[in-house]
Design a protein around this ligand. Structure first.
Ligand SMILES: [Zn+2]
Length: 164
């Protein structure tokens, strides 16, 4: 994805209130993030332990979502819905996102199990634990990354969808 500025992210939030957006804390290493190796960027709010954010690029625009970690704990070692990393090197947590528009204002949310620190782009670049000689590993990696990106984009589409 392109590199967003903090200002661009703050103006890209959908389904979040002005008050929620005003309390967003960016990670201290924000300036060092390599966005070229990410299909989305997510982080947890250092000041609000149950809050997290995800930014994606969509139709050449940034879209940011506000996530709340659910009180309900998923069963241990749940698999992330986005990277589907079978090694589960990072715990997946259940997050809920308020839907955009009228549905969100009525309290309608969507839930998703995602790696707690949103390292899905990194996991998707890992190679499968076993592969045959002659396997095109670059093609596998490319496919994994594309699949992960598609799942993220599908989820964002659902959140933004205003259809009843
Ligand atoms: Zn993941």
């Amino acid at each position: 994805m392109r590199t967003p500025t903090q200002k661009q992210i703050l103006s890209a939030f959908r389904g979040a209130t002005k008050s929620e957006i005003s309390k967003v804390t960016f990670p201290s290493d924000f300036a060092d993030i390599d966005f070229s190796r990410r299909e989305f960027y997510g982080w947890r709010d250092a000041k609000m332990p149950r809050r997290a954010y995800v930014v994606v690029e969509r139709d050449d625009e940034f879209v940011a979502l506000l996530l709340n970690r659910s009180e309900a704990k998923p069963r241990r070692r749940a698999m992330c819905s986005w990277c589907r990393d079978v090694d589960i090197t990072e715990d997946a947590l259940l997050y809920t996102v308020r839907r955009a528009g009228a549905r969100g204002r009525k309290g309608d949310t969507l839930g998703i199990l995602v790696c707690e620190d949103f390292n899905c782009p990194k996991h998707a670049r890992k190679l499968p634990p076993a592969y045959h000689k002659g396997t095109d590993v670059d093609a596998i990696r490319e496919q994994q990354v594309a699949d992960m990106e598609r799942r993220v984009q599908t989820f964002v589409s659902e959140v933004l969808s205003t259809q009843e």
